[in-house]
Ligand binder design. Structure first.
Ligand code: EPU
Length: 339
């Protein structure tokens, strides 16, 4: 185990901003995790697990603790009768997992193609896109409990997946080590999401998991910035889920607002729509950072940006949304607490 000091974190995140980790370690095995956690305990350090750094904002002052890069990359398939279990280390790239699944004609995660990040991040965040969610294929996860120093298994029933959250997000003492997904050999393609319906009308083939994954990647390519434009962390905010009453009030003011009914009478509103059609904030900027012109839920940080510029822009956007709609928006991207 090689504990390093003052490691710059910006290159380890997709936003590409922020300071250094006071301590940093890459963990490749269960034993490495145990040793890293013992080290952190012995030195009184907070632990910050990271995967591909695709959903974090590192503060400019850096992180006073031990940043633990999860680097278990193994992926295996275990065949059963009608289903196949895919077992992946938390540090495996999500795209590698999707590719392996669709190459074997397995259904379940093809709509989640093209999402940056790792398997561990996918579980914590319950990633979702194009009508699919990670939680729906999750079987169980093996985790390491930092507080007790013991490995545990968290089953689907315990995992509490909801929109961009999970038991793992609520219980930061659990480090996801390995995840088992249940994929199926036969299923009806899930092409209910509007962008996929449109692709179908255009005659794009959507009959196999591989074809769906390719279609999703090409839709994403039109919406998500290429690297050259700067760093991003995908959607910076969550779509707000609001009461029926508030949604009705908003619809009186903005009759075209799209609404997606959720559980218990709640309504999900696409924030990108509000930012675009109500607040006209596409391209809205603060110094080096801006809301992407093609999709204003995404913040783009040009090379050399500071975390404070991202933070200030995000605050300003949240204030404007509140002033116009009384909706309190939440960030999807997590900020590592500073020194
Ligand atoms: N819209 C606009 N203007 C725009 C962009 C979008 O009016 O400039 C409207 C669209 O017409 C659509 C609505 O906003 O009615 C929603 O847009 P989109 O389908 O692109 O999805 P989203 O709600 O903005 C979510 C996820 C994405 C995921 C897409 C596709 C969240 C926070 N984001 O975005 O996930 O890829 O759906 O399923 O739920 C991520 O989490 O990082 C992420 C990229």
């Amino acid at each position: 185990m090689n504990i390093q000091k003052y490691v710059p974190l910006a290159p380890l995140t997709t936003l590409g901003v922020g300071g250094s980790a006071r301590f940093f370690v890459e963990v490749k095995t269960e034993k490495d995790i145990e040793e890293a956690v013992s080290y952190a305990r012995a030195h009184g350090l907070a632990i910050y697990p990271i995967g591909a750094g695709s959903n974090i904002l590192v503060p400019d002052e850096g992180v006073d603790g031990l940043v633990m890069k999860i680097a278990m990359h193994d992926i295996e398939l275990h065949d059963a009768a009608d289903e196949t279990f895919l077992i992946a280390g938390a540090g495996a790239r999500w795209e590698d997992v999707v590719n392996l699944a669709v190459e074997h004609g397995l259904y379940g995660i093809e709509n989640l193609a093209g999402i940056p990040g790792t398997v561990g991040g996918a579980a914590v965040q319950n990633i979702g896109a194009y009508g699919a969610e990670f939680g729906s294929v999750f079987e169980y996860a093996d985790v390491f409990n930092i507080l007790t120093g013991v490995f545990e298994r968290i089953a689907h029933t315990q995992a509490s997946f909801a929109y961009r959250t999970s038991f793992f997000k609520e219980h930061r003492e659990l480090v996801v080590v390995r995840v088992t997904l249940r994929l199926v050999k036969n299923a009806a393609p899930n092409i209910s999401y509007s962008d996929l319906k449109r692709a179908q009308l255009e005659g794009i083939p959507l009959a196999t998991p591989m074809q769906i994954a390719e279609a999703v990647r090409s839709i994403r390519a039109q919406k998500f910035p290429k690297n050259a434009e700067g760093g991003t962390a995908g959607s910076f905010f969550k779509n707000p889920i609001i009461t029926h009453e508030l949604a009705d009030d908003i619809a009186k003011l903005f009759p075209d607002v799209p609404m997606f009914p959720q559980k218990e009478g709640m309504i999900k509103i696409p924030l990108a729509w509000l930012l675009d059609h109500v607040l006209a904030l596409k391209g809205f900027s603060n110094g080096n950072v801006r809301l992407y012109e093609k999709h204003p839920l995404i913040i783009i940080a040009r090379s050399g940006s500071r975390a404070i510029e991202v933070d200030t822009l995000a605050h300003e956007v949240a204030q404007r949304v509140f002033a116009t709609t009384t909706i309190c928006i939440e960030r999807e991207v997590e900020t590592f607490s500073g020194r």
